[in-house]
Design a binder for this molecule. Structure first.
Ligand SMILES: [Zn+2]
Ligand SMILES: [Zn+2]
Ligand SMILES: [Zn+2]
Length: 381
């Protein structure tokens, strides 16, 4: 059986918003792609060396969005294309480049994260400050407005194959939904988790067939006889048969796979993977803060009894309850959830919800603690 999603997932089509280069590049060149916004990417060094951008001690790249906005109308002094963001540090020199163009053009890169065009670099004496290797092996990410990013995702008209939200080794394709009778049945949630029907992710995890290789696991939640069922499909190569697992809990279905991986590793004399510490909900992405926010924003979810909200009043979006006007169960899969942004999204609270138990915002809830006490660190590469 052919699953197009898995074959597509192996081809990197992500384009850098600055230099237009496709996919990850060498570490001493533009570097790996970082997530800039929903469906938007940029190379680590294309962002890091932009004139406005600086890095906090915790590894957050600040002001990348401003750099991107400026680059949209800024022509590269070398290739004459738009998207240039690395500006010569010499006062009033207008020369601005793409990162790869700056390298190819003989611009000089300094340890304090500034660059100079060839003309001005030749007049500068600080040769001991020149940085030769531009590789970045530490963890860095682009600081962005997480709430805005998730709102963009929610308000995009997206089909299953179009916009995706990538979080580490996980790609969210569809957040799913719960219809009124599913909400009322109380079997699609428990105290800690909500299981929306149609929820679909791809998890990149260890292969069951090849030791030390990773492959894509396509995980969905489906409604089977009015109960949630957890289905995982994987197909490492198109000439191999797809494997499918179906169980009534995320734990049960993932443990089948983790057991296969463990027995493969035993056969090859490799160390065990400590599968006992891997939670099925973790691998299903249901403990990811972004995904919890999306699920807690689904229509009707605020009425769930016995579910402990992780975000409570910080609920992202106020959305109408999904209605099934036909009353016919067969038409349900065609129904789309329409998201509507509330005028006072973040401050709105619901009297129905205030009576429910809430989890106090924990570590996961404090999204951007580093903003308050960052220290400029342009000097470490
Ligand atoms: Zn780039
Ligand atoms: Zn250029
Ligand atoms: Zn210059």
């Amino acid at each position: 059986m052919k699953i197009p999603l898995l074959s597509n997932a192996t081809q990197d089509k992500r384009i850098c918003a600055f230099c237009n280069g496709i996919g990850d590049m060498t570490t001493n060149g533009p570097g790996r792609l970082l997530n800039l916004d929903v469906g938007q990417w940029c190379h680590l060094n294309c962002a890091l060396w932009s004139a406005e951008v600086y890095e906090t001690v915790s590894g957050a790249l600040m002001l990348v969005e401003q750099a991107y906005k400026r680059s949209i109308n800024t022509e590269c002094a070398s290739c004459k294309q738009k998207g240039a963001s690395l500006t010569c540090f010499f006062q009033r020199c207008p020369n601005t480049y793409h990162f790869p163009c700056a390298v190819n053009n003989g611009c000089v890169f300094y340890k304090n994260k500034t660059i100079m065009c060839p003309v001005h670099a030749s007049r500068t004496t600080a040769t001991d400050q020149i940085l030769d290797d531009k590789s970045v092996f530490r963890k860095v990410w682009i600081n962005r407005d997480e709430v805005k990013q998730i709102q963009n995702y929610m308000t995009e008209e997206h089909e299953e194959t179009s916009y995706t939200l990538r979080i580490g080794s996980l790609v969210l394709h569809n957040v799913g939904q719960l219809l009124p009778h599913q909400l009322q049945s109380a079997v699609f949630h428990n105290r800690n988790f909500i299981y929306p029907v149609g929820y679909t992710i791809t998890r990149f995890y260890w292969s069951m067939n090849r030791p030390n290789r990773r492959c894509a696991y396509h995980c969905t939640i489906i409604d089977m006889d009015n109960k949630p069922m957890f289905r995982i499909r994987t197909q490492e190569n198109l000439d191999e048969p797809a494997q499918e697992f179906l169980e009534s809990t995320p734990k049960a279905v993932w443990h089948k796979i983790v057991d296969e991986i463990d027995s493969l590793r035993r056969r090859h004399g490799l160390v065990k993977m400590f599968s006992i510490f891997v939670s099925g909900e973790d691998l299903y992405g249901l403990t990811e803060p972004h995904i919890i926010r999306l699920i807690e924003s689904l229509p009707g979810v605020e009425m769930l009894q016995n579910y402990a909200f992780k975000y409570g009043r910080l609920q992202l979006l106020d959305m109408p309850l999904t209605l099934n006007p036909t009353g016919c169960a067969r038409s349900e899969p065609k129904l789309q959830t329409h998201f509507r942004r509330h005028a006072q999204t973040l401050t709105s609270s619901h009297s129905t919800r205030s009576a429910l138990p809430r989890t106090v915002l924990g570590v996961e809830g404090t999204q951007i603690p580093y903003v308050k006490h960052f220290v400029l660190s342009k000097s470490t590469q």
